[in-house]
Design a protein around this ligand. Structure first.
Ligand code: CS2
Length: 484
Protein backbone atom coordinates (compact mmCIF):
# COMPACT_ATOMS: atom_id res chain seq x y z
CA UNK A 1 0.00 0.00 0.00
CA UNK A 2 1.18 3.53 -0.69
CA UNK A 3 2.20 5.38 2.45
CA UNK A 4 -0.47 8.06 2.14
CA UNK A 5 -0.39 10.83 4.78
CA UNK A 6 -3.23 10.76 7.30
CA UNK A 7 -6.38 12.78 6.64
CA UNK A 8 -6.60 15.85 8.91
CA UNK A 9 -9.09 18.64 9.51
CA UNK A 10 -8.58 21.74 7.38
CA UNK A 11 -11.70 23.88 8.08
CA UNK A 12 -12.47 25.03 11.66
CA UNK A 13 -14.86 22.84 13.65
CA UNK A 14 -18.43 24.00 14.37
CA UNK A 15 -19.53 24.53 17.98
CA UNK A 16 -21.29 21.42 19.33
CA UNK A 17 -25.09 21.18 19.45
CA UNK A 18 -25.57 17.40 19.20
CA UNK A 19 -24.31 14.45 21.22
CA UNK A 20 -24.54 11.23 19.24
CA UNK A 21 -24.36 7.79 20.87
CA UNK A 22 -23.02 5.04 18.58
CA UNK A 23 -20.49 6.51 16.09
CA UNK A 24 -20.27 3.47 13.79
CA UNK A 25 -20.28 3.28 10.01
CA UNK A 26 -24.00 3.98 9.61
CA UNK A 27 -23.85 7.17 11.70
CA UNK A 28 -20.92 8.44 9.64
CA UNK A 29 -22.60 7.67 6.32
CA UNK A 30 -25.93 9.11 7.44
CA UNK A 31 -26.40 11.46 10.42
CA UNK A 32 -22.99 13.10 10.01
CA UNK A 33 -23.55 13.70 6.29
CA UNK A 34 -27.07 15.15 6.70
CA UNK A 35 -25.83 17.40 9.51
CA UNK A 36 -22.84 18.57 7.46
CA UNK A 37 -25.13 19.52 4.57
CA UNK A 38 -27.67 21.18 6.88
CA UNK A 39 -24.94 23.37 8.38
CA UNK A 40 -23.56 24.18 4.94
CA UNK A 41 -27.01 25.25 3.76
CA UNK A 42 -28.40 27.03 6.81
CA UNK A 43 -25.53 27.38 9.31
CA UNK A 44 -26.08 26.82 13.04
CA UNK A 45 -24.00 25.38 15.86
CA UNK A 46 -24.67 21.73 15.23
CA UNK A 47 -21.26 20.15 15.59
CA UNK A 48 -21.53 16.56 16.79
CA UNK A 49 -19.81 15.09 19.85
CA UNK A 50 -19.73 11.40 18.97
CA UNK A 51 -19.78 9.00 21.93
CA UNK A 52 -18.80 5.38 21.72
CA UNK A 53 -20.49 3.33 24.46
CA UNK A 54 -18.11 0.40 24.08
CA UNK A 55 -14.85 0.31 22.16
CA UNK A 56 -12.25 2.98 21.58
CA UNK A 57 -12.14 2.21 17.84
CA UNK A 58 -14.11 5.26 16.64
CA UNK A 59 -12.00 7.63 18.75
CA UNK A 60 -8.76 6.00 17.62
CA UNK A 61 -9.87 6.33 14.00
CA UNK A 62 -11.38 9.82 14.02
CA UNK A 63 -9.66 11.50 16.99
CA UNK A 64 -6.22 11.95 15.38
CA UNK A 65 -8.01 13.42 12.34
CA UNK A 66 -9.84 16.10 14.35
CA UNK A 67 -13.12 14.20 13.81
CA UNK A 68 -13.11 14.39 10.01
CA UNK A 69 -13.51 11.31 7.85
CA UNK A 70 -14.16 10.34 4.24
CA UNK A 71 -17.65 9.39 3.11
CA UNK A 72 -17.49 7.48 -0.17
CA UNK A 73 -20.54 7.10 -2.35
CA UNK A 74 -20.36 3.90 -4.41
CA UNK A 75 -22.22 3.13 -7.58
CA UNK A 76 -21.73 1.97 -11.16
CA UNK A 77 -18.17 0.96 -10.31
CA UNK A 78 -17.30 4.55 -9.33
CA UNK A 79 -16.15 5.97 -5.98
CA UNK A 80 -17.12 9.50 -5.01
CA UNK A 81 -15.17 10.51 -1.89
CA UNK A 82 -15.98 13.54 0.21
CA UNK A 83 -14.55 14.75 3.54
CA UNK A 84 -17.17 15.25 6.28
CA UNK A 85 -16.38 17.64 9.13
CA UNK A 86 -19.53 17.71 11.29
CA UNK A 87 -18.02 15.48 14.02
CA UNK A 88 -16.09 17.79 16.35
CA UNK A 89 -15.09 15.43 19.15
CA UNK A 90 -15.15 11.71 19.93
CA UNK A 91 -15.52 10.34 23.47
CA UNK A 92 -15.17 6.77 24.73
CA UNK A 93 -17.76 6.31 27.47
CA UNK A 94 -16.10 3.47 29.45
CA UNK A 95 -12.93 5.58 29.79
CA UNK A 96 -14.74 8.54 31.37
CA UNK A 97 -18.51 8.24 31.81
CA UNK A 98 -18.65 11.52 33.77
CA UNK A 99 -17.26 13.42 30.77
CA UNK A 100 -20.06 11.98 28.62
CA UNK A 101 -22.74 13.00 31.12
CA UNK A 102 -21.17 16.49 31.32
CA UNK A 103 -21.22 16.82 27.51
CA UNK A 104 -24.88 15.76 27.37
CA UNK A 105 -25.78 18.09 30.26
CA UNK A 106 -24.27 21.14 28.52
CA UNK A 107 -27.21 23.45 27.66
CA UNK A 108 -25.62 24.09 24.23
CA UNK A 109 -26.55 20.50 23.35
CA UNK A 110 -30.08 20.43 21.97
CA UNK A 111 -30.29 16.94 20.50
CA UNK A 112 -29.04 13.55 21.69
CA UNK A 113 -29.28 11.13 18.79
CA UNK A 114 -28.72 7.37 18.82
CA UNK A 115 -27.56 4.63 16.49
CA UNK A 116 -26.85 2.00 19.11
CA UNK A 117 -28.39 -0.92 17.16
CA UNK A 118 -31.37 -2.95 18.30
CA UNK A 119 -29.63 -4.51 21.29
CA UNK A 120 -28.54 -1.09 22.57
CA UNK A 121 -32.06 -0.45 23.88
CA UNK A 122 -31.70 -3.31 26.40
CA UNK A 123 -35.32 -4.25 25.82
CA UNK A 124 -37.11 -7.54 25.37
CA UNK A 125 -37.47 -7.68 21.56
CA UNK A 126 -40.80 -9.53 21.67
CA UNK A 127 -42.49 -6.93 23.93
CA UNK A 128 -40.42 -3.72 23.83
CA UNK A 129 -40.21 -3.49 27.64
CA UNK A 130 -36.92 -2.49 29.29
CA UNK A 131 -35.15 -5.66 30.41
CA UNK A 132 -34.40 -4.99 34.08
CA UNK A 133 -32.38 -8.20 34.19
CA UNK A 134 -30.02 -6.93 31.47
CA UNK A 135 -26.51 -6.73 32.99
CA UNK A 136 -25.96 -3.14 31.80
CA UNK A 137 -29.30 -1.95 33.18
CA UNK A 138 -28.72 -3.69 36.52
CA UNK A 139 -25.26 -2.11 36.62
CA UNK A 140 -26.55 1.37 35.77
CA UNK A 141 -29.33 1.27 38.37
CA UNK A 142 -26.66 0.43 40.96
CA UNK A 143 -24.18 3.04 39.59
CA UNK A 144 -26.25 5.84 38.01
CA UNK A 145 -23.27 8.23 37.92
CA UNK A 146 -21.13 5.85 35.88
CA UNK A 147 -23.57 4.24 33.45
CA UNK A 148 -22.90 1.90 30.53
CA UNK A 149 -26.21 1.83 28.68
CA UNK A 150 -27.76 4.49 26.45
CA UNK A 151 -30.78 4.70 28.78
CA UNK A 152 -28.47 5.11 31.79
CA UNK A 153 -26.58 8.01 30.15
CA UNK A 154 -29.74 9.74 28.96
CA UNK A 155 -31.38 9.57 32.39
CA UNK A 156 -28.19 10.76 34.18
CA UNK A 157 -27.84 13.70 31.78
CA UNK A 158 -31.52 14.66 31.96
CA UNK A 159 -31.35 14.54 35.77
CA UNK A 160 -28.31 16.85 35.67
CA UNK A 161 -30.06 19.29 33.33
CA UNK A 162 -33.16 19.33 35.46
CA UNK A 163 -31.07 19.96 38.59
CA UNK A 164 -29.25 22.87 36.93
CA UNK A 165 -32.44 24.37 35.52
CA UNK A 166 -31.33 23.75 31.91
CA UNK A 167 -33.97 22.88 29.32
CA UNK A 168 -34.09 19.22 28.25
CA UNK A 169 -32.68 17.94 24.97
CA UNK A 170 -34.56 15.99 22.35
CA UNK A 171 -33.83 12.24 22.18
CA UNK A 172 -33.65 11.16 18.53
CA UNK A 173 -33.57 7.40 17.97
CA UNK A 174 -32.17 6.48 14.54
CA UNK A 175 -32.23 2.70 14.88
CA UNK A 176 -34.17 0.22 12.76
CA UNK A 177 -36.93 -0.42 15.26
CA UNK A 178 -40.66 0.15 14.93
CA UNK A 179 -41.88 3.28 16.76
CA UNK A 180 -38.25 3.87 17.74
CA UNK A 181 -39.14 7.15 19.47
CA UNK A 182 -41.77 5.51 21.65
CA UNK A 183 -39.42 2.61 22.40
CA UNK A 184 -36.64 4.98 23.44
CA UNK A 185 -39.11 6.90 25.60
CA UNK A 186 -40.48 3.74 27.24
CA UNK A 187 -37.01 2.43 28.14
CA UNK A 188 -35.76 5.81 29.42
CA UNK A 189 -38.92 6.49 31.45
CA UNK A 190 -38.86 2.98 32.91
CA UNK A 191 -35.22 3.41 33.91
CA UNK A 192 -36.08 6.75 35.58
CA UNK A 193 -39.09 5.16 37.31
CA UNK A 194 -36.78 2.57 38.84
CA UNK A 195 -34.60 5.39 40.17
CA UNK A 196 -37.69 7.18 41.53
CA UNK A 197 -38.87 4.00 43.25
CA UNK A 198 -35.62 4.01 45.27
CA UNK A 199 -36.10 7.70 46.12
CA UNK A 200 -33.09 8.58 43.99
CA UNK A 201 -34.83 10.29 41.11
CA UNK A 202 -37.62 12.24 42.81
CA UNK A 203 -40.29 12.41 40.14
CA UNK A 204 -37.86 12.22 37.25
CA UNK A 205 -39.95 9.76 35.22
CA UNK A 206 -42.90 12.15 35.28
CA UNK A 207 -40.67 15.14 34.40
CA UNK A 208 -39.21 13.26 31.41
CA UNK A 209 -42.67 12.22 30.25
CA UNK A 210 -43.85 15.83 30.40
CA UNK A 211 -40.81 17.59 28.97
CA UNK A 212 -38.64 15.44 26.74
CA UNK A 213 -39.63 14.80 23.11
CA UNK A 214 -38.69 11.45 21.56
CA UNK A 215 -39.56 11.89 17.86
CA UNK A 216 -39.60 8.71 15.77
CA UNK A 217 -37.48 8.42 12.64
CA UNK A 218 -37.09 6.15 9.65
CA UNK A 219 -33.48 5.91 8.48
CA UNK A 220 -32.20 4.25 5.33
CA UNK A 221 -28.80 4.00 3.68
CA UNK A 222 -27.03 0.73 2.98
CA UNK A 223 -23.59 0.95 4.61
CA UNK A 224 -21.49 -2.21 4.87
CA UNK A 225 -18.79 -2.42 7.55
CA UNK A 226 -15.53 -0.88 6.31
CA UNK A 227 -12.78 -3.41 5.56
CA UNK A 228 -8.99 -3.05 5.42
CA UNK A 229 -9.21 -3.38 1.64
CA UNK A 230 -11.70 -0.45 1.57
CA UNK A 231 -9.30 1.74 3.56
CA UNK A 232 -6.51 0.92 1.09
CA UNK A 233 -8.76 1.69 -1.90
CA UNK A 234 -9.78 5.03 -0.40
CA UNK A 235 -6.13 5.92 0.29
CA UNK A 236 -5.36 5.11 -3.33
CA UNK A 237 -8.21 7.27 -4.62
CA UNK A 238 -7.80 10.28 -2.31
CA UNK A 239 -4.10 10.24 -1.43
CA UNK A 240 -5.06 10.22 2.27
CA UNK A 241 -4.95 7.39 4.80
CA UNK A 242 -8.29 7.43 6.64
CA UNK A 243 -9.14 4.43 8.84
CA UNK A 244 -12.47 6.11 9.69
CA UNK A 245 -13.72 6.12 6.08
CA UNK A 246 -17.17 4.73 5.21
CA UNK A 247 -18.37 3.36 1.87
CA UNK A 248 -22.10 3.42 1.15
CA UNK A 249 -24.74 3.55 -1.54
CA UNK A 250 -25.92 6.85 -3.06
CA UNK A 251 -29.53 6.34 -1.93
CA UNK A 252 -30.57 7.82 1.40
CA UNK A 253 -33.90 8.52 3.07
CA UNK A 254 -34.62 10.10 6.45
CA UNK A 255 -38.18 10.61 7.64
CA UNK A 256 -38.50 12.40 10.98
CA UNK A 257 -41.36 13.42 13.27
CA UNK A 258 -41.08 17.17 13.73
CA UNK A 259 -41.15 17.31 17.53
CA UNK A 260 -38.03 18.96 18.99
CA UNK A 261 -37.60 20.62 22.39
CA UNK A 262 -35.03 23.25 21.55
CA UNK A 263 -34.38 23.42 17.82
CA UNK A 264 -32.59 21.18 15.37
CA UNK A 265 -30.38 21.41 12.28
CA UNK A 266 -32.12 22.24 9.00
CA UNK A 267 -31.91 18.60 7.94
CA UNK A 268 -34.66 19.26 5.39
CA UNK A 269 -32.07 21.31 3.47
CA UNK A 270 -30.27 17.97 3.00
CA UNK A 271 -33.44 16.19 1.89
CA UNK A 272 -34.87 14.86 5.18
CA UNK A 273 -38.67 14.62 5.20
CA UNK A 274 -40.46 16.04 8.25
CA UNK A 275 -43.86 14.47 8.87
CA UNK A 276 -46.47 14.26 11.63
CA UNK A 277 -46.19 10.45 11.97
CA UNK A 278 -43.37 8.21 10.76
CA UNK A 279 -45.10 4.93 11.51
CA UNK A 280 -46.23 3.95 8.01
CA UNK A 281 -42.81 4.79 6.55
CA UNK A 282 -41.03 2.88 9.31
CA UNK A 283 -43.12 -0.26 8.93
CA UNK A 284 -42.73 -0.15 5.14
CA UNK A 285 -38.94 0.08 5.43
CA UNK A 286 -38.55 -2.52 8.18
CA UNK A 287 -40.74 -5.08 6.47
CA UNK A 288 -39.80 -4.48 2.81
CA UNK A 289 -36.08 -3.73 3.15
CA UNK A 290 -34.88 -5.16 6.43
CA UNK A 291 -37.27 -8.15 6.19
CA UNK A 292 -35.86 -9.26 2.84
CA UNK A 293 -32.34 -8.33 3.93
CA UNK A 294 -32.57 -10.75 6.84
CA UNK A 295 -34.15 -13.38 4.56
CA UNK A 296 -31.27 -13.05 2.10
CA UNK A 297 -28.78 -13.01 4.97
CA UNK A 298 -29.80 -16.35 6.54
CA UNK A 299 -30.73 -18.26 3.41
CA UNK A 300 -27.93 -16.64 1.40
CA UNK A 301 -25.30 -17.43 4.02
CA UNK A 302 -26.46 -21.06 4.26
CA UNK A 303 -26.33 -21.33 0.46
CA UNK A 304 -22.75 -20.06 0.43
CA UNK A 305 -23.30 -16.49 -0.81
CA UNK A 306 -21.02 -13.92 0.76
CA UNK A 307 -22.90 -10.75 -0.14
CA UNK A 308 -26.43 -9.56 -0.81
CA UNK A 309 -25.51 -8.73 -4.42
CA UNK A 310 -24.27 -12.32 -4.93
CA UNK A 311 -27.46 -13.74 -3.41
CA UNK A 312 -29.86 -11.74 -5.61
CA UNK A 313 -27.78 -12.54 -8.69
CA UNK A 314 -29.24 -16.06 -8.16
CA UNK A 315 -32.62 -15.89 -9.92
CA UNK A 316 -34.32 -18.01 -7.27
CA UNK A 317 -33.30 -15.65 -4.48
CA UNK A 318 -34.50 -12.67 -6.50
CA UNK A 319 -37.79 -14.49 -7.15
CA UNK A 320 -38.18 -15.18 -3.43
CA UNK A 321 -37.84 -11.44 -2.69
CA UNK A 322 -40.42 -10.57 -5.33
CA UNK A 323 -42.78 -13.20 -3.97
CA UNK A 324 -42.32 -11.88 -0.43
CA UNK A 325 -42.99 -8.28 -1.42
CA UNK A 326 -45.99 -8.97 -3.63
CA UNK A 327 -47.72 -11.78 -1.79
CA UNK A 328 -46.72 -11.56 1.86
CA UNK A 329 -45.43 -8.08 2.78
CA UNK A 330 -47.24 -5.40 0.76
CA UNK A 331 -50.70 -6.85 1.62
CA UNK A 332 -49.96 -6.08 5.30
CA UNK A 333 -48.90 -2.45 4.74
CA UNK A 334 -50.51 0.95 4.70
CA UNK A 335 -49.19 3.07 1.84
CA UNK A 336 -47.15 5.92 3.38
CA UNK A 337 -47.83 9.38 1.99
CA UNK A 338 -45.60 10.00 -1.03
CA UNK A 339 -44.66 6.34 -1.54
CA UNK A 340 -45.70 3.78 -4.14
CA UNK A 341 -45.12 0.36 -2.57
CA UNK A 342 -44.48 -1.74 -5.70
CA UNK A 343 -42.11 0.94 -7.04
CA UNK A 344 -40.39 1.12 -3.65
CA UNK A 345 -39.74 -2.63 -3.76
CA UNK A 346 -38.45 -2.49 -7.35
CA UNK A 347 -36.07 0.19 -6.13
CA UNK A 348 -34.89 -2.11 -3.35
CA UNK A 349 -34.02 -4.86 -5.82
CA UNK A 350 -31.98 -2.39 -7.88
CA UNK A 351 -30.13 -1.35 -4.72
CA UNK A 352 -29.45 -4.96 -3.70
CA UNK A 353 -28.11 -5.84 -7.14
CA UNK A 354 -25.34 -3.23 -7.13
CA UNK A 355 -22.14 -5.32 -6.97
CA UNK A 356 -20.04 -2.36 -5.79
CA UNK A 357 -21.87 -2.56 -2.42
CA UNK A 358 -20.27 -5.57 -0.73
CA UNK A 359 -22.77 -6.04 2.07
CA UNK A 360 -21.97 -9.35 3.72
CA UNK A 361 -24.76 -11.78 4.53
CA UNK A 362 -22.88 -12.59 7.75
CA UNK A 363 -23.01 -8.93 8.84
CA UNK A 364 -26.77 -8.66 8.33
CA UNK A 365 -27.34 -12.05 9.98
CA UNK A 366 -25.91 -10.63 13.21
CA UNK A 367 -28.23 -10.10 16.20
CA UNK A 368 -31.17 -11.90 14.58
CA UNK A 369 -32.90 -12.40 17.94
CA UNK A 370 -33.19 -8.62 18.18
CA UNK A 371 -34.24 -8.12 14.56
CA UNK A 372 -36.71 -10.90 13.75
CA UNK A 373 -39.79 -9.50 15.52
CA UNK A 374 -39.97 -6.21 13.60
CA UNK A 375 -38.56 -7.53 10.32
CA UNK A 376 -40.41 -10.83 9.87
CA UNK A 377 -42.61 -11.87 12.79
CA UNK A 378 -45.03 -8.91 12.76
CA UNK A 379 -45.60 -9.49 9.04
CA UNK A 380 -46.20 -13.18 9.72
CA UNK A 381 -48.71 -12.37 12.47
CA UNK A 382 -50.59 -10.02 10.13
CA UNK A 383 -50.73 -12.67 7.40
CA UNK A 384 -52.06 -15.26 9.83
CA UNK A 385 -54.69 -12.81 11.11
CA UNK A 386 -55.83 -12.31 7.51
CA UNK A 387 -56.14 -16.07 7.02
CA UNK A 388 -53.08 -16.19 4.73
CA UNK A 389 -50.26 -18.73 4.86
CA UNK A 390 -46.93 -16.88 4.74
CA UNK A 391 -44.77 -19.65 3.28
CA UNK A 392 -41.93 -17.40 2.18
CA UNK A 393 -41.63 -15.64 5.51
CA UNK A 394 -41.76 -18.99 7.30
CA UNK A 395 -38.89 -20.17 5.09
CA UNK A 396 -36.91 -17.11 6.15
CA UNK A 397 -37.53 -17.83 9.84
CA UNK A 398 -36.64 -21.49 9.29
CA UNK A 399 -33.42 -20.23 7.66
CA UNK A 400 -32.69 -18.26 10.84
CA UNK A 401 -33.41 -21.40 12.90
CA UNK A 402 -30.91 -23.36 10.82
CA UNK A 403 -28.39 -20.53 11.07
CA UNK A 404 -28.51 -20.23 14.86
CA UNK A 405 -28.06 -24.02 15.01
CA UNK A 406 -24.49 -23.04 14.21
CA UNK A 407 -23.58 -25.41 11.34
CA UNK A 408 -23.80 -24.52 7.65
CA UNK A 409 -24.83 -26.78 4.77
CA UNK A 410 -21.23 -27.88 4.21
CA UNK A 411 -20.96 -28.93 7.88
CA UNK A 412 -18.81 -25.93 8.82
CA UNK A 413 -19.24 -24.06 12.09
CA UNK A 414 -21.04 -20.68 11.75
CA UNK A 415 -19.76 -17.75 13.81
CA UNK A 416 -23.20 -16.77 15.15
CA UNK A 417 -23.01 -13.25 16.57
CA UNK A 418 -26.07 -12.61 18.75
CA UNK A 419 -26.59 -11.72 22.42
CA UNK A 420 -28.72 -14.88 22.71
CA UNK A 421 -26.41 -17.09 20.63
CA UNK A 422 -25.61 -19.51 23.47
CA UNK A 423 -29.29 -19.97 24.45
CA UNK A 424 -30.37 -20.46 20.84
CA UNK A 425 -27.61 -22.98 20.17
CA UNK A 426 -28.46 -24.89 23.33
CA UNK A 427 -32.16 -24.96 22.40
CA UNK A 428 -31.35 -26.27 18.95
CA UNK A 429 -28.74 -28.80 20.08
CA UNK A 430 -31.00 -30.11 22.83
CA UNK A 431 -33.70 -31.17 20.36
CA UNK A 432 -33.70 -34.01 17.86
CA UNK A 433 -35.36 -33.67 14.44
CA UNK A 434 -37.04 -30.77 12.64
CA UNK A 435 -40.28 -30.62 14.66
CA UNK A 436 -38.48 -30.66 18.00
CA UNK A 437 -35.90 -28.09 16.92
CA UNK A 438 -38.61 -25.74 15.66
CA UNK A 439 -40.53 -26.20 18.92
CA UNK A 440 -37.43 -25.49 21.02
CA UNK A 441 -36.72 -22.27 19.15
CA UNK A 442 -40.36 -21.16 19.10
CA UNK A 443 -40.21 -21.47 22.90
CA UNK A 444 -37.65 -18.62 23.07
CA UNK A 445 -39.94 -15.98 24.58
CA UNK A 446 -37.48 -13.13 24.03
CA UNK A 447 -38.05 -13.58 20.29
CA UNK A 448 -41.50 -15.16 19.77
CA UNK A 449 -44.44 -13.90 21.80
CA UNK A 450 -46.75 -16.51 23.31
CA UNK A 451 -49.54 -16.02 20.73
CA UNK A 452 -47.31 -16.48 17.73
CA UNK A 453 -45.52 -19.43 19.29
CA UNK A 454 -48.88 -21.15 19.90
CA UNK A 455 -50.08 -20.68 16.31
CA UNK A 456 -50.40 -24.13 14.75
CA UNK A 457 -50.44 -22.86 11.16
CA UNK A 458 -47.11 -21.15 11.68
CA UNK A 459 -45.63 -24.15 13.46
CA UNK A 460 -46.59 -26.44 10.59
CA UNK A 461 -45.13 -24.03 8.00
CA UNK A 462 -41.90 -23.76 9.98
CA UNK A 463 -41.51 -27.51 10.45
CA UNK A 464 -42.08 -28.13 6.74
CA UNK A 465 -39.61 -25.40 5.75
CA UNK A 466 -37.03 -26.50 8.31
CA UNK A 467 -37.23 -30.11 7.18
CA UNK A 468 -36.74 -29.13 3.55
CA UNK A 469 -33.77 -26.92 4.35
CA UNK A 470 -32.23 -29.65 6.50
CA UNK A 471 -32.66 -32.44 3.98
CA UNK A 472 -32.33 -30.69 0.60
CA UNK A 473 -30.56 -27.42 1.29
CA UNK A 474 -31.51 -23.85 0.46
CA UNK A 475 -30.94 -23.87 -3.29
CA UNK A 476 -32.99 -27.02 -3.96
CA UNK A 477 -35.75 -25.75 -1.67
CA UNK A 478 -35.97 -22.45 -3.58
CA UNK A 479 -35.96 -24.31 -6.92
CA UNK A 480 -38.85 -26.49 -5.76
CA UNK A 481 -40.79 -23.50 -4.46
CA UNK A 482 -40.40 -21.82 -7.84
CA UNK A 483 -41.75 -24.99 -9.48
CA UNK A 484 -38.51 -25.53 -11.50
C1 CS2 B 1 -29.26 -4.35 7.54
C2 CS2 B 1 -29.40 -2.85 7.76
O1 CS2 B 1 -27.45 -4.97 8.91
C3 CS2 B 1 -28.67 -5.04 8.75
O2 CS2 B 1 -29.38 -5.68 9.51
O3 CS2 B 1 -30.50 -4.88 7.23
O4 CS2 B 1 -28.30 -2.30 8.36
C4 CS2 B 1 -29.70 -2.11 6.45
O5 CS2 B 1 -28.60 -2.13 5.58
C5 CS2 B 1 -30.10 -0.68 6.70
O6 CS2 B 1 -31.21 -0.65 7.55
C6 CS2 B 1 -30.41 0.06 5.40
O7 CS2 B 1 -30.93 1.29 5.68
Amino acid sequence: MTQAPRLTRSAPAARPGIVHLGPGAFFRAFNAVYTEEAMQAEGGDWGIIAVSLRSAAARDQMGPQGGVFTSVTLGAGEMEPRVIGSVVDVLVAPEDPAAVIAAMADPAVKVVSLTVTEKGYCHAPATGALNLGHPDIAHDLAHPDAPRSAAGFIVAALAARRASGAAPFTVLSCDNLPSNGALARATVVEFAAQMDADQRGGDLAEWITQNVPFPATMVDRITPATTGADIAKVAEATGRYDPACVLHEGFRQWVIEDDFAAGRPAWEAAGAQFVASVEAHEVMKLRCLNGTHSTLAYLGYLAGYETIAEAVADAHFAALCTHLWQEEIIPTLQQPVGEDLPAYCRGLMARYRDPSIRHRTWQIAMDGSQKLPQRLLGTIADNLAMGRKPRGLALAVAGWMRYVGGVDEAGREIDVCDPLAADLRAASDGAEGSAAKVAALLAQRAVFDADLAANETLRALLVEAYERLATKGVKATLREMAGD
